[in-house]
Design a protein. Structure first.
Length: 267
């Protein structure tokens, strides 16, 4: 069972969780356009419904967490890098209506290039040290930021589509992790748009990647609408079947319902 610490309130105790180690979840995809930020934002809001949680946008050049959660941040990742150790980074996060704390990517690629990867992860590490569940949203592909996120993750969500290029890219990502001696035992496969009329079946994706899908998310208009409106379905329609899949996975991440790992949110 994964255990964690929330803020000074009693949310962890209400759920009967031992507050000792918070999960760090890296959401990755070897290709862009697979719905990674949609997954990150919905999962982060689902976690925030259970305990105080943080999402950090590590797609530093073109991050969309700001828009996925309709945030107007006062401080961004590069601002926290500039503040260095003079301020507690937790005091500089923006708060979503769900209670989720959010750290958005820099406002433009030029600002992103002014900070080093090491300095950015210095901020990330200080936030992780606060011992709350943290979601790390990453850019598509393999970069120093995505590798840094993988290094720090206690759980990895690999988002894959049902098209052949996505699956081939997924195999390359897993092979890269093996070559870097990264632990694959904590990688959870999420198949997005699992009921697409074209492409491979979920079973085919599982076979190709030699990995069982923990979550299969169907193509649903509410997901795209939520991304466009800045209101994830776990916030706008928490009782919907689509949101229920993310809520079950949030329970799994927090160790609240280990049996959820055997169920898929197919509908």
């Amino acid at each position: 069972m994964i255990t964690f610490r929330s803020r000074s309130d009693d949310s962890a105790e209400r759920h009967g969780i031992n507050p000792s180690e918070a999960p760090v979840v890296a959401v990755v995809s070897p290709k862009g356009g697979n719905g990674k930020t949609t997954v990150s934002s919905n999962l982060a809001v689902a976690l925030a419904h259970r305990t105080d949680s943080v999402i950090i946008d590590l797609d530093v050049h073109f991050g969309d967490v700001q828009y996925a959660l309709r945030m107007c941040p006062v401080h961004r990742l590069d601002d926290l890098v500039d503040a260095d150790s003079r301020r507690d980074p937790m005091s500089m996060l923006s708060t979503h209506p769900s209670g989720l704390d959010v750290l958005c990517a820099p406002s433009d690629p030029v600002a992103a290039d002014r900070m080093s990867v090491g300095d950015a992860f210095g901020v990330v590490d200080r936030i992780i040290a606060a011992n709350r569940p943290v979601i790390l949203d990453t850019a598509g592909g393999i970069s120093n930021y995505s590798l840094g996120a993988l290094d720090r993750a206690t759980r990895v969500v690999m988002v894959c589509g049902t098209d052949v290029p996505s699956v081939q890219a997924g195999r390359k990502l897993l092979d890269t992790m093996r070559r870097l001696d990264m632990d694959l035992s904590h990688v959870d496969l999420l198949v997005n748009r699992s009921d697409a009329c074209v492409g491979l079946s979920v079973d085919d994706v599982e076979t190709a990647l030699d990995c069982q899908a923990v979550l299969a998310v169907p193509e649903h208009s509410s997901l795209a609408a939520g991304m466009n409106s800045g209101s994830p379905v776990t916030e706008s329609s928490p009782r919907s079947s689509v949101a229920a899949a993310f809520h079950r996975y949030a329970d799994l991440v927090l160790g609240l319902d280990l049996a959820a790992g055997t169920r898929r949110g197919r509908r």
